[in-house]
Design a protein around this ligand. Structure first.
Ligand code: SF4
Length: 223
């Protein structure tokens, strides 16, 4: 693991996702990604890799928002993806799933007051975007990347931890999707071990974004 982190720090061959990529070979979601994305679309994968090596040079560790192309208002054809870890621990819909009772039925219970998923999700739906609550990496491949490759979404607004934000940027570039990735400022996964636990639903912390990111999100959602 240390050697792989070292490769990431020195960005061998212009690539800084060695630890995540090589560790993923031993995981089911890694194989799903290889068979559903890489082997099916080798040219797009190669072109996405080249784009990624250029794009990553403009990313700073402290950036709260990563942009894939110019930012713009969220609307039809957009996918707004929120992490399940943004749900409060007592979410009435449960935590490690794609459900939100408020978004599906409009029924608000006490934990929904001030819940970021409810706030952002309701506004995104009003803008005409689709809303998806992200759980495991395998589900993300099937529910997000595959539809993107089929042309269903051209833009995304995603909420992710700093560790996975760059990891997610690569498949988005392979899929030819633009948009914005907002990084959590609290409660986030710090390394691959944390990521693996969260990928199984073991995430006792609630994540959130900073007040400055919140202002930007409001603007993009037509606030
Ligand atoms: S608004 Fe938040 S707390 Fe309420 S059901 Fe949706 S995710 Fe759970």
């Amino acid at each position: 693991m240390r050697l792989l982190s070292c490769l990431d720090r020195c960005a061998l061959l212009g690539f800084d996702l060695w630890e995540f990529s090589l560790s993923s070979f031993f995981r089911r979601y890694g194989w799903v990604f290889l068979f559903r994305i890489v082997f099916k679309h080798p040219l797009r994968t190669f072109s996405g890799l080249l784009k990624y090596t250029r794009w990553r040079r403009g990313v700073r560790d402290h950036d709260e928002v990563l942009r894939l192309g110019a930012s713009s208002e969220v609307g039809k054809g957009w996918l707004v993806g929120l992490g399940f870890c943004m749900k409060p621990l007592d979410c009435p819909s449960g935590r490690f799933n794609h459900d939100c009772a408020l978004l599906s039925s409009g029924e608000a219970k006490e934990p929904c007051i001030g819940c970021r998923i409810g706030e952002v999700g309701m506004r995104a739906l009003k803008c005409g975007a689709d809303v998806y609550i992200m759980t495991s990496s395998e589900d993300v491949v099937y529910h997000m990347f595959v539809p993107m490759l089929e042309g269903r979404y051209r833009n995304v607004l995603l909420f992710l931890c700093p560790y996975t934000s760059k990891v997610m940027a690569l498949p988005l570039l392979i899929c030819g999707v633009g948009g914005m990735i907002v990084r959590y400022c609290s409660g986030y996964c710090k390394d691959y071990r944390d990521f693996l636990r969260a990928d199984r639903g073991e995430k006792p912390e609630q994540t959130d974004i900073s007040p400055s990111s919140e202002e930007m999100v409001e603007r993009w959602l037509g606030g």
